[in-house]
Design a protein around this ligand. Structure first.
Ligand code: SF4
Ligand code: SF4
Length: 106
């Protein structure tokens, strides 16, 4: 079974439990439509470690674990698109770490 990851905005984790992301995934809607008919599970749901995080340093352990679980596709959640001035930086970081980056969730 393939596993995917979802990276979300740390700020929104204070008010959001990820319900819309999980709902869209379960229904294989929006950016998850590509998984229709495929055996896929969400293997990681994680945040950026906050606006002041140094991505390479502060995400090293977390991303190392995610990579060790053979997660290839990482979706950048809608809340990052809406909230984040560092969107491109986060995307570049994920690409440098050899993830297939998919923009969007629900
Ligand atoms: S994309 Fe929406 S549902 Fe998913 S974590 Fe962000 S705010 Fe929550
Ligand atoms: S860096 Fe961007 S994605 Fe991370 S908490 Fe700040 S606004 Fe949200």
């Amino acid at each position: 079974m393939d596993k995917i990851g979802i990276i979300v905005c740390e700020k929104t984790t204070k008010i959001c439990g990820g319900c819309m992301c999980f709902s869209a995934f379960s229904k294989k809607e929006k950016s998850f439509e590509r998984y229709k008919g495929k055996d896929v599970e969400i293997g990681a749901f994680f945040h950026c470690n906050g606006c002041n995080s140094e991505l390479d340093k502060d995400l090293e352990e977390k991303v190392g674990i995610i990579k060790s679980k053979d997660i290839k596709n990482v979706h950048m959640a809608l809340c990052i698109k809406v909230e984040c001035k560092r969107y491109d930086e986060i995307k570049d970081y994920l690409v440098r770490n050899n993830f297939n980056v998919i923009e969007g969730t629900h």
